[in-house]
Design a protein around this ligand. Structure first.
Ligand code: NAP
Ligand code: MG
Length: 505
């Protein structure tokens, strides 16, 4: 176990632009305006690198949710949005992407300060991804198609039929996201909804509301009609639950924990709202001895430690062929030890803190449970003596498939490593989980790759890479990692209703 680590630096002061944003009044973005909350409940927003309060947001109650849903409904049914040409929707979404690009520096800093990730990563991953996601989705606005087809209906003599489908917006969409990629998750939700002509009530996570509020400014500046996007801040159990239960909502799009995903799915059963769920994971990283082992070591370390391990598709279960096990596990442990922890605004930082005290405690408790169950801590496993919510990157060996650290989503920088001997055995081990979000396979043998890919029960299988996501690649889970596929053409099915039209003539 690595008992020492470099001292944690102090968080640099924010820029003037971001300092001004932190002082914004606790308000909601409803019907194109910044409005006062009806109730007095507020939520403090903390910097995870210091534990200090940096801002305050409002906690939306049921009446605020009513207002936001009413604004979205009015925008859907009465406003200019429904009459806009696809090319106009495309132009608006593109304009938003340009504004995101223009404000990248400030948004990346805000994201770093609120979430804990480094400003560098926020810039090159989250903000670049957000900009490009909106650009990709803008294009779909003008490429939505449906079908015409020949039918065999027997009508009265002389009557013919022309039949076709129309793709119509799913309607008012409630969108709820977690704290790990706050603005990028907003783009994943808003992009396809706007491309298909839906209207939205969006709620960021209670811990990370700041970039969503700034994005609402940019949505207004881009010129979207009032009510097309409404942003509420608030708690999941109250604001989120009210959004899900609201009779004025047609569809719910959720990313977050499997536990809350199941609650949402149950609640939506009463009204049969459309639901898409992108939930947790416990993704395997499978390394064969013929892989480029240096690349595999770096890839496996990144797969689990990227974003401090707070990634739904993080490669948290490492399976290495017996012949390469020691070399790979030593390599990943050395990579873990070399990672410099620190506050996100310090350019020397490589890994930031976890998002909250709660998450830090949860991750440390998981590590303790692993040790109690007999796991060996090869490196990490501790919280540095610093005010922020840090956990040192951790590698656990001597684990068994029944341990909680192997079965449950930890959502922190914790890797569990196991050995295997052949393809069938490792495919069974990889699939021995309720989750099925993603996996990676590392090998230079094309037959090994082709044999194992179809056996892995996961929505994404990476080969010789991990965590690479593109707006064109469908993304979502098998099994309890959720249902529905976001991105690509597939996401259009989640945000549209298909209507068959049958014309007799
Ligand atoms: P979570 O509770 O599932 O939160 C996700 C979002 O759902 C948040 O906006 C949350 O609001 C909201 N929410 C919570 N309860 C709700 C309810 N009853 N009805 C409607 N919305 C509700 O996840 P979390 O609290 O952020 O993290 C807990 C664990 O979930 C993590 O440790 C991790 O294992 C997992 N997680 C998975 C992912 C993923 O992408 N797969 C992402 C984040 C977390 P609040 O912010 O107020 O809770
Ligand atoms: Mg929560």
């Amino acid at each position: 176990m690595n008992a020492s680590h470099a001292p944690i630096a102090t968080q640099p002061a924010p820029s003037n632009a971001v300092a001004a944003l932190l002082k914004r009044k606790p308000q909601f973005f409803i019907g194109g305006d910044w409005v006062e909350p009806i109730g007095a409940d507020r939520i403090p927003v903390l910097d995870p690198a210091t534990g200090k309060q940096i801002a305050v947001v409002a906690d939306a109650g049921a009446q605020d949710v009513d207002r936001a849903v009413a604004a979205a409904r009015a925008a859907l049914e009465k406003g200019p949005w429904r009459h806009m040409k696809p090319v106009e929707r495309q132009a608006l979404i593109w304009k938003l992407s340009d504004l995101v690009e223009k404000h990248t520096d400030e948004l990346a800093e805000l994201e770093s300060l609120n979430n804990g990730k480094t400003k560098f990563m926020a810039t090159v991953v989250d903000l670049a991804g957000t900009r490009d996601y909106f650009r990709y989705m803008a294009g779909w606005a003008t490429k939505l198609t449906a079908e015409t087809f020949e039918t065999s209906i027997q009508g009265p003599p002389g009557v013919n039929f022309h039949t076709y489908t129309r793709r119509e917006p799913a309607g008012v969409v409630a969108q709820i996201v977690p704290w790990n990629f706050p603005i990028a998750m907003a783009a994943w939700k808003l992009g396809p909804a706007l491309a298909t002509g839906c209207t939205c009530v969006f709620k960021p996570a209670e811990q990370t509301p700041l970039t969503a509020l700034r994005l609402a400014d940019l949505i207004a500046e881009a010129g979207f009609p009032p009510g097309v996007v409404n942003v509420l801040t608030g708690l999941g159990e109250s604001t989120g639950a009210a959004m899900v239960a609201h009779p004025g909502v047609d569809k719910i799009a959720f990313t977050g924990s499997t536990t809350v995903g199941k609650l949402i799915n149950k609640s939506a059963t009463d009204t049969l709202k459309r639901v898409s769920l992108e939930l947790g994971g416990k993704s395997p990283v499978i390394i064969f001895p013929d892989a480029d082992l240096d690349a595999a070591v770096g890839g496996a370390a990144n797969a689990v430690f990227f974003n401090s391990g707070q990634v739904c598709c993080a490669g948290t279960r490492l399976f290495v062929h017996r012949k390469a096990f020691d070399r790979v596990v030593e390599g990943v442990s050395a990579a873990a030890r070399a990672i410099r922890l620190g506050p996100g605004l310090d350019p020397a930082t490589e890994m930031g803190p976890l998002v909250s005290r709660e998450q830090q405690e949860r991750v440390l408790q998981y590590i303790e449970s692993g040790v109690r169950d007999g796991a060996t801590v090869l490196t990490g496993g501790m919280a540095p003596n610093a005010p922020g919510y840090y956990v040192t990157p951790t590698v656990l060996a001597d684990v068994r498939s029944d341990m909680r650290v192997v079965r449950e989503e930890i959502f922190g920088p914790v890797l569990v490593a196991q050995r295997f001997d052949d393809i069938e055995e490792v495919a069974a081990m990889a699939n021995d989980t309720p989750y099925g979000l993603a996996a990676s396979v590392w090998s230079s043998n094309v037959s090994t790759v082709q044999r194992i890919v179809p056996q892995i029960k996961a929505g994404t299988v990476w080969v010789n890479c991990h965590n690479f996501i593109d707006p064109a690649m469908p993304f979502g889970g098998f099994k309890q990692s959720g249902f529905g596929r976001e991105h690509g053409r597939a996401v259009l099915d989640l945000y549209t209703e298909l209507k068959s039209v049958c014309v007799a003539y």
